[in-house]
Design a protein around this ligand. Structure first.
Ligand code: HEC
Length: 451
């Protein structure tokens, strides 16, 4: 064994590396559980890669099939619902771990000399993660995906000079549509993971190089050595990592990742809402109108980002103890409070959209066409639909019979839709004579599937 290890080490250097980074490494005395958050983020990231790969094996990145492939993944693949929920809540967990880790670094002054570039790569990682969140949100191609992306790319389009270019490049055209889905998919599964892995390697290498900043000591003071990194601190990191992973599995097995009805671009009633970590930003936009709009969409976020990038170079105070950094403490707390309040306000104001008809898997193209027409024609404004599991969709008006109770042949439906007055003597049912016979028949064919 000894000889095998020596043989391997001579060629690969792994034993030397393990010694240097684990066994012979003595981080400064007094580092506790607050210094495990970065590792927790790493654990969540690993889970995101695994669940993401499982999803990618089944996901079809086309506007026609994306939604169905997600539904089929949940329904037919063993543990599909769990895996999708893991990936969904994992995104949030990652943002939480990364943000807490960043706050810890900020408030303990760990970004100071000589760790400026560890901080910078951390900021790049956080923006990449937000990019993952934004692009991933579109992939299920449901209502919330479509309309949030529409808002997001419109915001990008308002940036000066490059805005229009960025918007059309992301959209793959003028509007959010099928090409947008392809592009977001490539960004989500190729570009961002490549960028993330590259920057993450640099981030980790820099942490290896500089070690943990000694708590409470001014820069350039090494402080007393603590016990070896392995097993003392590794134990804490693994414990926290397991707790976070356990919490995530619990959450994902208890709550299902949301999936609304398939996207219908012509829907004018839908009120878009982003994922919770963009709610603060979304709220900010509501306070600036007209020529001031770009203050909320561009200048304030850019200011925050620029402030974070410049921080380790502008902040020359050598102290790490918070009590000796009153300005940094005030700025940090002010920023956290502002983001917290904006997110809370955004959460409170977030619109709730009425449930719309969900089509079952395995519809023929014609049935699917009929389904889309029924949604576009707002039939559920008068004809309520009660699903098999008892959810009520739409309202009942003028005593219109429930959709699943309509018992008419395809031709009868086509005739009723053309002229309800003549066909059933109804004054209350509007006519849909503007639809072609083929469209009206497609509605009749779809209605049969509800019975
Ligand atoms: C403004 C309200 C309203 C809307 C919108 C509406 N309907 Fe109706 N519909 C009615 C009412 C009321 C009746 C019952 C008429 C009666 O029995 O006198 C009816 C009757 C029907 C019937 C015949 C039921 C039967 O067997 O007697 C069908 C089929 C039907 N609607 C389909 C549709 C479809 C499909 C849409 C959407 C494209 C739609 N309706 C939109 C109000 C509405």
């Amino acid at each position: 064994m000894q000889r095998l290890l020596a043989w391997l080490d001579h060629r690969l250097g792994i034993v030397t590396l393990a010694r240097a980074s684990l066994l012979d490494k003595h981080p400064p005395r007094g580092i506790g559980f607050l210094r495990t958050l970065g590792f927790a983020a790493l654990v969540v990231l690993a889970l995101q890669f695994l669940s993401g790969i499982a999803l990618a094996f089944h996901y079809v990145p086309s506007a026609e099939l994306a939604y169905d492939s997600i539904r089929a993944f949940e329904q037919d693949v063993p543990y599909g619902t769990l895996v999708r929920s893991l990936h969904h809540f994992g995104a949030s967990a990652f943002v939480v771990c990364a943000a807490l880790h960043m706050l810890r670094v900020y408030f303990t002054g760990a970004y100071k000399r000589p760790r400026e570039f560890t901080w910078l790569t951390g900021i790049v990682l956080l923006t990449l993660v937000l990019g993952f969140g934004f692009t991933g949100y579109l992939l299920p191609w449901d209502q919330k995906a479509y309309f949030a992306t529409k808002v997001g790319t419109e915001i990008a389009g308002k940036a000066p000079v490059v805005g229009e270019f960025v918007r059309t490049a992301l959209n793959g055209g003028d509007e959010v549509g099928p090409p947008t889905l392809t592009r977001f998919y490539v960004i989500h599964v190729v570009l961002l993971p490549l960028g993330l892995l590259g920057v993450l390697l640099v981030h980790l290498a820099l942490i290896q190089r500089h070690g943990v900043a000694p708590p409470g000591l001014p820069v350039d003071q090494a402080g007393a050595k603590g016990p070896p990194y392995f097993p003392h601190h590794v134990f804490k990191e693994v414990l926290v990592g397991m707790l976070v992973a356990g919490a995530l599995f619990w959450l994902a097995s208890r709550y299902r990742a949301p999936l609304e009805a398939v996207a219908e671009p012509s829907d004018t009633k839908y009120q878009p809402r982003p994922d919770w970590y963009f709610l603060g930003l979304f709220q900010l936009l509501k306070y600036f109108h007209g020529p001031w709009e770009t203050v909320g969409t561009l200048w304030l976020p850019t200011l925050a980002l620029a402030g974070a990038v410049l921080l380790p170079f502008v902040d020359r105070n050598p102290e790490r103890r918070l009590a000796r950094r009153p300005l940094a403490a005030a700025l940090g707390l002010g920023f956290v409070a502002a983001v917290g309040v904006l997110t809370w306000l955004g959460w409170r104001d977030a619109p709730h959209n009425e449930a719309v008809l969900e089509y079952p898997l395995g519809l023929t193209p014609q049935e699917r066409h009929g389904y889309m027409l029924v949604r576009r024609s707002n039939c559920t404004d008068c004809h309520q639909h009660v699903t098999k599991d008892g959810r009520k969709i739409g309202e009942r008006q003028h005593d219109a019979p429930n959709l699943e109770k309509l018992d008419r042949s395809v031709d009868e439906v086509a005739a009723i839709l053309e002229d309800p007055q003549e066909a059933i003597g109804s004054e209350d049912m509007p006519d849909y004579a503007h639809l072609s016979l083929e469209d009206r028949r497609a509605i009749g064919i779809y209605l049969k599937t509800l019975r």
